[in-house]
Write a protein that binds this ligand. Structure first.
Ligand code: BGC
Length: 761
């Protein structure tokens, strides 16, 4: 009897983790347990209890559980184009596919945060229902250079667009009670030597461009976690920088969440914990021991460890794993496919249209290009998703009621059977970070000529896929290949000589050269990598069932040599075969500083990224400006008004960008014959007398609802005073320049638009 009472008393005496007893739990954890919470399950050194070998198959990582204190393991999985877990598991017939949504660049091309939030809600539901706690996305790095291999995961060259789209994504995912991890913080703009490259960037460029998207997302949406990047910034590893993680992220911006390393990122575990990088993923035995040894040897204060453990527990108590959520493993993939389709519809960017579109579905369509038969839904690496299917353009057009030129269709189907087999053989041998093998483009000359007689029009799809671990090759990825150019030339010659139009569809993850071939096309539609429903969205856009309303989230220049970062970006693949280990320049923990653009990269262009550079210094080198995109209807804008908003009422966008500012309103009327959505982009030109300022900067944007012909609406755009400030390096603070500003409501970064002068006092 006495034993029983004692046992009961002992049981009662050990508390378990609750939302309101975190300090007590921290005080009860041993140093080993603390290390086990902070260093992820990639480490097996924490013996015994709590190693999570269940997790979710194909997820990226997990934290160790400490069952004696009721601390569960939580699970992280990629991101960002949907949840990435293994679709099949041994011992069951059941499948675990996830919806493959459009890539980040395409979500940004919608310029529609509410739609992106809806995508986030659907994605987050899959995270929840498959038993994952934190989705490793969104990716909010800036498109600094078109050759960055991971640009497809990222949103834009502009931090406001990237930040607001990221905030919407985070809000949507987290509305399910699961977390996000905005990544890769920060200045992770090249893949080459990504673990060791030092990004040398001015503080102004960091604050205004490279950190700004993260700042907006943090202030607006408070992601549960943030992932530090692999690279160094000005000589300090991102995950080891107290300035970045404590001063800027937590103190300046008020980040309340938990910081996690990129997988295997950084070297010095003690420095990471001291800097405020709470979780070390995916974890290793050496990291676990390094943490414990650093505390025992007095190199790491236990207070620093406790601060990280506290933030780790604050994350854990929010997670479904802690709450004991009984996930179904059966999210509604059909409903989410619809969301994917809607997002892809809105992210299409029509670059050129000389009377070619809309076209069909009536008549006969000649469909060309191997990519039409092997659509690219997303990029490669951790940003890829195991989607249940991909609708290619051939299927999308057939489902949309198009009649394809039969001999061409038969030729491609047969050719693609062999090519698919060849690609599968090569891909089977490749590591997941390497380029995915693509079918070789073919030029069926005779069939093209014959099809030009029979068909009413030609659609030609060109594709590019790339991804994590490797930057793009200028010659093979940015430029078109000879056989691709030949296909376009022969198609244009055959169809144009009969007065028939040629439309080119670009199924790409990032910018390609346009100069060499764009005159051959009557219409150019950029469908990016539109996710699993891509072919349906493209077919609907081509036929006019959907009116394109996407806008470019980056500038397309007239050639790579005109890019502001061209002189400071690796081009080493041009003359050497790809060899990943060659570029790993780590010798122990020694950082090498010898090879330009490999060991270090100078961000010489400073704040002059994308349209900020082209608009200010090189407008004539722009092929298609940032923010550009055509519609099948026309819109008239009028009645632009700007009114001052005092601080108290400044909450027009969100609590974060509040304070005083200006409310701009513009009337938008659909003056054409079909329904459509328009985007009003609000740029501001600063006086630029006391400060170096770009010719204009995007400060707000709004997408209209679907306007029927003749219908009007008023869009509201809020510009806070603080968003007009620039970082003053000498003073180490934001400074607002006084004087006369010009507020420009424009269709793109190069458009004169309509404008209004504003005196800022
Ligand atoms: C990538 C991250 C990813 C992580 C986990 C890393 O290689 O850089 O973006 O979330 O792996 O898969």
């Amino acid at each position: 009897m006495l034993t029983l009472v004692l046992a009961a008393a002992l049981t009662v005496a050990t508390p378990v983790l609750r939302e309101d007893n975190i300090p007590e739990i921290v005080s009860l954890l041993t140093l080993e347990e603390k290390a086990a919470i902070l260093v992820g399950c990639g480490s097996t050194a924490f013996d015994g209890i709590g190693r999570n070998d269940i997790g979710v198959q194909g997820s990226a990582g997990a934290t160790h559980a400490i069952p004696r204190l009721g601390i569960p393991s939580i699970v992280f999985a990629d991101g960002p184009a949907g949840l990435r877990i293994d679709p099949v598991r041994p011992g069951t017939e059941k499948t675990f596919y996830c919806t493959g949504f459009p890539i980040g660049t395409m979500l940004a091309s919608t310029w529609n945060p509410s739609l992106v939030e809806e995508v986030g809600r659907a994605m987050g539901n899959e995270v929840l229902e498959y038993g994952v706690d934190v989705l490793l996305g969104p990716g909010a790095n800036i498109h600094r250079n078109p050759l960055c291999g991971r640009n497809f995961e990222y949103f834009s060259e502009d931090p406001l667009l990237a930040g607001l789209i990221a905030a919407a994504y985070i809000g949507g995912v987290q509305s399910n009670g699961v977390g996000t991890s905005i990544k890769h913080f920060a200045a992770n703009n090249q893949e080459l030597n990504r673990l060791h490259n030092d990004a040398r960037v001015s503080e102004r460029a960091l604050r205004e461009i490279y950190l700004r998207a993260f700042e907006i997302a943090v202030r607006e949406a408070q992601p549960w976690t943030l992932m530090t990047s692999y690279n160094y910034i000005n000589g300090v590893h991102a995950s080891e920088s107290p300035w970045l993680l404590t001063e800027v992220l937590r103190k300046d911006w008020g980040f309340l969440g938990t910081v996690v390393t990129d997988w295997g990122g950084g070297y010095d575990t003690a420095a990471q914990i001291h800097a405020g990088n709470d979780l070390i993923q995916s974890g290793s035995d050496s990291r676990y021991h390094a943490l414990i040894d650093a505390v025992r040897e007095g190199r790491l204060a236990i207070e620093d460890v406790d601060a990280c453990v506290t933030r780790a527990l604050q994350l854990i108590v929010k997670c479904p794993s802690f709450k004991g959520y009984r996930f179904s493993e059966a999210p509604d993939l059909e409903a989410h496919a619809e969301v994917c389709r809607t997002a892809a519809d809105e992210g299409m960017v029509l670059l050129k249209n000389k009377g070619a579109l809309p076209a069909g579905p009536e008549g006969v369509t000649a469909l060309l290009g191997v990519t039409s038969y092997a659509f690219i839904a997303g990029g490669t690496g951790s940003g890829d998703v195991h989607r249940p299917y991909v609708v290619d353009l051939q299927q999308g057009l057939s489902d949309g009621g198009f009649t394809l030129d039969a001999p061409l269709d038969e030729f491609y189907k047969e050719y693609m059977e062999d090519e698919r087999w060849r690609c599968a053989m090569i891909d089977g041998k490749n590591s997941w970070v390497i380029d995915r093998e693509r079918p070789i483009e073919v030029v069926p000359s005779g069939l093209i000529k014959a099809a030009a007689e029979r068909a009413d029009r030609a659609f030609v799809t060109l594709g590019r896929v790339f991804g994590e671990g490797k930057d793009r090759d200028l010659h093979y990825s940015y430029h078109l290949q000879d056989n691709e150019l030949q296909l376009l030339r022969e198609t244009a010659a055959a169809f144009h000589s009969r007065g028939k139009k040629v439309t080119v569809i670009l199924n790409i993850g990032g910018v390609v050269d346009m100069q060499e071939w764009q005159d051959l096309a009557d219409a150019i539609l950029v469908c990016w990598q539109p996710g699993e429903e891509g072919g349906h969205s493209v077919a609907a856009t081509l036929s006019g069932a959907v009116n394109p309303s996407g806008r470019l989230p980056m500038t397309i220049s007239k050639g790579y040599e005109f890019e502001p970062s061209a002189a400071n970006f690796p081009r080493v693949f041009e003359d050497k075969p790809f060899n990943y280990s060659f570029y790993r320049r780590l010798e122990g923990n020694k950082k090498d500083y010898t090879v330009k653009d490999v060991d270090y990269t100078d961000y010489e262009e400073g704040i002059y990224v994308g349209y900020r550079y082209f608009g200010t210094y090189a407008p004539k080198h722009v092929a298609y400006p940032f923010g550009y995109g055509l519609s099948y209807t026309t819109f008239r804008w009028h009645g632009m008004k700007v009114s001052e908003v005092p601080a108290a009422d400044g909450d027009h966008t969100s609590s974060a960008i509040s304070a005083a500012g200006y409310l701009v309103t513009v009337e938008v009327k659909n003056t054409g014959k079909v329904a459509g959505k328009d985007v009003v982009e609000l740029y501001v030109k600063a006086p630029g007398r006391d400060m170096d300022k770009p010719s204009r900067e995007l400060k707000a944007f709004a997408k209209t609802p679907l306007l029927q012909p003749g219908e009007s609406c008023t869009v509201d755009l809020f510009v806070s005073l603080e968003s007009l400030a620039s970082w003053n390096e000498a003073k180490g603070t934001w400074v607002l320049e006084h004087g006369r500003y010009r507020f420009i409501a424009a269709r793109n970064a190069a458009d004169r638009g309509i404008s209004h002068g504003v005196q800022v006092k």
